[in-house]
Design a protein around this ligand. Structure first.
Ligand SMILES: [Zn+2]
Length: 289
């Protein structure tokens, strides 16, 4: 069955025609304006560009909190309580299913990627920020107010800690999220990206090694605790930082293996997202279908 997936990030819109979990045709365009109507207009143009069939279901993944098909909060776009689905629906004349980007990615990996066939999975992406989505008994967990799985804002310390974009301190994302990690590297006299940090750490630079070890332990321990709690078959790792830092992923694997309660540890495998950048597109299309 053909369906349409759209992925709206902070700076680009991608659209794809998806059939049986495979991307058939895809487009990408940079976002010049971030107003709701402008983004809806650009998205509608992309649907024409991929020659979307009139009766194909449409799913849209968005980096933000989605509640009742409304964008409750999308910090990258500056949207709060934005009825993007309504705006797009008026332009394209078909129902729009809106979903959080990590939920879409987790569902894409569940249907056509690294978590295929798993009824229980934990998907963790580390890029600019840190996000996760949980699938329990084959259902995406949303929670009482739609914000379950905010893995980046698990606290590492009881008081204080490094400042986080959420307004609190000591969050996992404040240390391990790409943007905050680069800031932290700067404070320690290190420059470059997380991939540079990994290279320096492997080359034996003591300061780089300390940060790299801390981030691997923090992510590994947090994931191990989630695995102990939920007993998933698969942990799917993705996002720009993890995809470019294989030694960090190795460290996470080790910590998850050593620090997960033993019965849950025997059941779980830790995999890299196999759909790469397409997991959100594919998942949004499949959720809509
Ligand atoms: Zn936070």
């Amino acid at each position: 069955m053909l369906s349409i997936g759209v992925d709206i990030g902070g700076s680009t819109v991608r659209a794809a025609l998806v059939e049986n979990g495979q991307v058939v045709r895809t487009t990408r365009i940079a976002l010049e304006q971030r107003e709701v109507d402008a983004v809806a207009a650009v998205t509608a143009q992309q649907l024409s560009a991929i020659q979307a069939p009139p009766n194909a279901a449409l799913g849209v993944a968005i980096a933000g909190m989605v509640r009742d098909n409304v964008v409750a909060n999308a910090p990258n776009l500056g949207w709060r309580n934005a009825d993007f689905a309504g705006a797009l629906q008026r332009l394209v004349g078909r129902p729009v299913r809106l979903v959080n980007d990590l939920s879409a990615a987790a569902w894409g990996e569940r249907c056509a990627g690294a978590a295929q066939g798993a009824r229980n999975s934990v998907t963790v992406f580390v890029g600019t920020g840190v996000g996760s989505a949980l699938i329990v008994d084959d259902r995406l967990v949303s929670g009482a107010t739609g914000v379950a799985g905010e893995f980046g804002h698990i606290k590492l310390v009881a008081d204080g800690g490094r400042p986080c974009g959420c307004g609190q301190q000591g969050c996992l994302e404040a240390y391990a999220g790409g943007a905050n990690l680069i800031r932290w590297m700067g404070d320690e006299g290190l420059s470059g990206t997380p991939a540079d940090l990994e290279r320096e750490a492997l080359a034996g630079h003591a300061g780089a090694r300390q940060l790299h070890t801390f981030v691997g332990e923090a992510l590994g321990l947090a994931i191990a605790n989630v695995v102990t709690l939920l007993n998933p078959q698969v942990v799917v790792l993705g996002g720009g930082v993890l995809l470019r830092c294989p030694a960090l992923v190795q460290h996470i694997r080790r910590v998850v293996g050593n620090r997960t309660a033993s019965v849950a540890a025997e059941a779980v495998r830790v995999e890299i997202a196999t759909l790469g950048d397409d997991s959100g597109l594919v998942g949004a299309a499949l959720l809509a279908a």
